[in-house]
Write a protein that binds this ligand. Structure first.
Ligand SMILES: [Zn+2]
Length: 421
């Protein structure tokens, strides 16, 4: 790994807490596989966008992120400085300093006044959702979906195109750039683009590995190729991690439940199993996406569960993915659900997670059968082991757009101190 690229364990946009946008540009310069020159990053000091873009990514102090997250979760009705101090444990002076800066930057605004016991009415502050935007780009095997999200993660614009990974790097980069430029035309406060696609890949460097079925992508520096063309920071992650992040943060339209820390967020530890044209998992442990030392965690689909099983696209035999997809191909959905259930039960046994979420288009086509089948296997396993409570299985919130929305959170979540494992 080249120096300066990785930010500790988190990978993310750039170098750790201090990183911000300029660190990202430095990382692109230092990276071996950079395509073209280093982009002039929109929104850096002295750059284009007034207000948000500049300060948002420079803002990465832990305390500011805490305050910003409380403003986000408070919604349009807002929250007072006193409550912010109580909830963060910061002094009122520190909160005043942070909120003054957020207001000067256009990120927070007054949401009115609220009566308080005894003293004068308190000013209530709210997040300004339109102060910053991020693009979430979902590159799937046969289509492309792009969403523009505001700071709350709500989708404000959307585009899609029939352009899949099979079209090759040049065509996909070209197509993606076109879609992103159309989506962000006239939008000043673009923080960057989060890209989600099937793994395996190197999240920290933004370089693809051998995507099953598309070996020609192996080694392609997608992050730098897109950043070079778009001139904004780009973060690349697996589709499964992006979807899991979206669920963990609970942006825009997501409707999670469980032990929610914020509106719609699913708290604790869970596995998001994505069965579409492939099978993978996004793992959230203690509220953060678990990516592992080489950012390769979650290669759930290629766990071998039948040694003499059919040959999989990855070269192994009897992977969960090939067994699942073969069964679906034969119309044996219940069998596919039980195979997925066996894999899910292994995961639950290994990680002791709170919840299993199912997503992806193959699940979407047979939701009830998959939830029931996977749930039945988990229940059988729990009964045999004498475990008192069975881990629940649900369809992931977010629907078909869940991966793209989660991809936008690759840029947004760090602003609020969220989702980093
Ligand atoms: Zn395989």
């Amino acid at each position: 790994m080249t120096g300066g690229i990785s930010g500790g364990g988190s990978g993310g946009i750039s170098g750790g807490a201090s990183g911000g946008i300029s660190g990202s540009a430095a990382a692109a310069r230092g990276s071996a596989g950079a395509v073209g020159g280093t982009p002039a990053v929109r929104g850096t000091a002295g750059g284009v966008a007034p207000g948000a873009g500049v300060n948002l990514l420079a803002l990465r102090s832990h305390n500011a992120a805490l305050v910003l997250d409380l403003l986000r979760t408070a919604g349009p009705s807002g929250i007072s400085r006193l409550e912010l101090a109580e909830r963060t444990g910061l002094t009122p002076q520190a909160v005043s300093k942070i909120t003054a800066r957020l207001r000067a930057d256009g990120l927070a605004a007054e949401a009115g006044r609220r009566a308080s016991t005894g003293g004068k009415p308190r000013t209530v502050l709210r997040l300004v959702p339109e102060a910053g935007h991020a693009v979430g780009l979902h590159l799937d095997r046969d289509e492309l979906t792009a969403v523009l999200c505001d700071l709350t993660g709500a989708v404000v614009a959307e585009r899609s195109a029939r352009l899949g990974l099979g079209a090759g790097a040049e065509a996909v980069v070209e197509g993606a750039v076109g879609e992103v430029e159309s989506l962000t035309a006239g939008v000043a406060s673009v923080l960057g683009v989060g890209v989600a696609l099937p793994g395996p890949l190197d999240h920290a460097r933004g370089v693809l590995h051998r995507v099953t079925g598309f070996p020609e992508w192996d080694g392609f520096p997608l992050r730098d190729a897109l950043a070079g063309r778009l001139g904004v920071p780009v973060v690349v992650d697996k589709d499964t991690n992006a979807a899991a992040l979206g669920v963990a943060v609970g942006g825009g339209g997501s409707a999670g439940s469980a032990s929610a820390g914020s509106a719609g967020a699913v708290g604790g530890s869970f596995a998001y199993l994505h069965l579409g044209t492939g099978l993978g998992a996004g793992l959230v442990i203690g509220g953060g996406v678990h990516r592992g030392a080489r950012t390769g965690a979650g290669e759930f689909g290629h766990q071998v569960i039948q040694l003499d099983g059919p040959v999989c696209g990855c070269g192994n035999r009897g992977c969960i993915e090939v067994l699942c997809l073969d069964a679906v191909g034969r119309g044996a959905v219940e069998e596919a659900a039980r195979v997925l259930g066996a894999g899910a039960a292994n995961l639950v046994g290994l990680l002791d997670i709170d919840l299993v979420l199912l997503g992806g288009r193959t699940v979407a086509a047979h939701q009830e059968a998959f939830v029931r089948g996977v749930g039945a296997v988990l229940e059988e396993r729990a009964l045999r082991e004498g475990v008192a409570s069975v881990v629940p299985v649900r369809v992931a919130p977010g629907g078909a757009r869940g991966v793209a929305e989660g991809a936008a959170q690759l840029l947004l979540a760090p602003l609020f101190g969220r989702g980093e494992g």
